[in-house]
Design a binder for this molecule. Structure first.
Ligand code: GLU
Length: 304
């Protein structure tokens, strides 16, 4: 597959794309990002890579980090995890509260905010120093020890974190939260604040395209079965109430974040990261989805 040629063809097409999206401002610091940025990076399991435009600039990965915290928690907690959080698509916005009451405080899946908050709680129960240990996990899977949290973004989100605080308090009333709420939320906001470039993001997620084995260190991060399950959850839940649409248009498991990043996995082939900060009404990068749709169309290959 000549990915380089396909990238430049899609780039030409995408140049005419009229992006009606807007940058997220509910986290004030995210509103300061240059909305015209656009970057792509693809890494194959064989070690080839292709890039476009601002692929080497850091951005806030936001909810994309929920897949990484899930991977670590699933490895530590095993199947017991699914007593605390489900695996069904929510069909609701990322920060929705209303299903939680019917579902007795068990979030539909680990990739919506409520589910990721429960995953943070599980991790705090397992780790001595959650923020430090989680970052070490990210360094291990990415082969890159420079990746870190952004204090600026974490604090900005903390100041406006009313909805997420409501979610954690609500789940506490259903006894689905064990640890100190302030500690959980500090951990959650820090996870969301991690910054990566498209290159770093694509490389960090490559283990999920490689049967759970880190392609750089050859270390087994997750069993084949757990890796399969995480990809399935991304397929069905990675884009909130737009998961069906992403699956329909792109045909790959993936995860978005309100910083405008998207990462998508083609098992046994590649991991691709796209960044374009303008979001559509569902909180997903509009140009990012557009690029990926054209990309899988041009490659004539998806998981289906
Ligand atoms: N930090 C964001 C929040 O909790 C994550 C949402 C997202 O990226 O979709 O609201």
């Amino acid at each position: 597959m000549n990915y380089e040629k396909i990238f430049s063809k899609v780039q030409t097409t995408i140049n005419n794309y009229i992006d009606n999206g807007t940058v997220a401002t509910y986290i004030p610091e995210l509103g300061n990002v240059d909305a015209t940025k656009f970057g792509v990076f693809l890494t194959t399991v064989k070690g080839e890579h292709v890039s476009l435009e601002n692929y080497n600039e850091k951005f806030s990965i936001q909810s994309i980090s929920k897949v990484l915290s899930l991977a670590l928690a699933y490895g530590l907690e095993g199947e017991k995890l699914w007593k605390r959080v489900g695996v069904e698509p929510s069909g609701t916005p990322f920060n929705s509260l209303f299903q939680l009451e019917n579902d007795l405080g068990i979030p539909r899946n680990p990739l919506i905010n409520a589910g990721a908050i429960v995953v943070c709680d599980v991790l705090i129960s397992h780790l001595n120093n959650p923020k430090k240990d989680f970052l070490e996990f990210v360094h291990r899977i990415s082969g890159n020890s420079s990746i870190t949290y952004s204090e600026r973004i974490a604090n900005s989100e903390k100041l406006k974190g009313f909805r997420n605080n409501a979610l954690v308090n609500f789940m506490k009333t259903f006894e689905n939260i064990d640890n100190d709420i302030d500690e959980i939320m500090d951990f959650y906001f820090n996870l969301c604040s991690i910054e990566m470039t498209c290159e770093e993001l694509s490389k960090t997620f490559l283990f999920l395209a490689n049967k759970g084995v880190c392609p750089f260190s050859k270390e087994k991060i997750l069993s084949k079965s757990k890796c399969k399950r995480i990809n399935s959850i991304m397929q069905l839940c990675g884009f909130y109430d737009e998961a069906g649409e992403f699956s329909f248009r792109v045909g790959l498991p993936g995860k978005s974040g309100v910083g405008g990043g998207i990462v998508a996995i083609y098992p046994n082939k590649y991991s691709i990261a796209v960044w374009s900060p303008k979001l559509n009404k569902r909180g997903n990068s509009s140009k990012g989805i557009e690029f990926l749709e054209h990309f899988t169309t041009e490659t004539k290959a998806s998981i289906f």
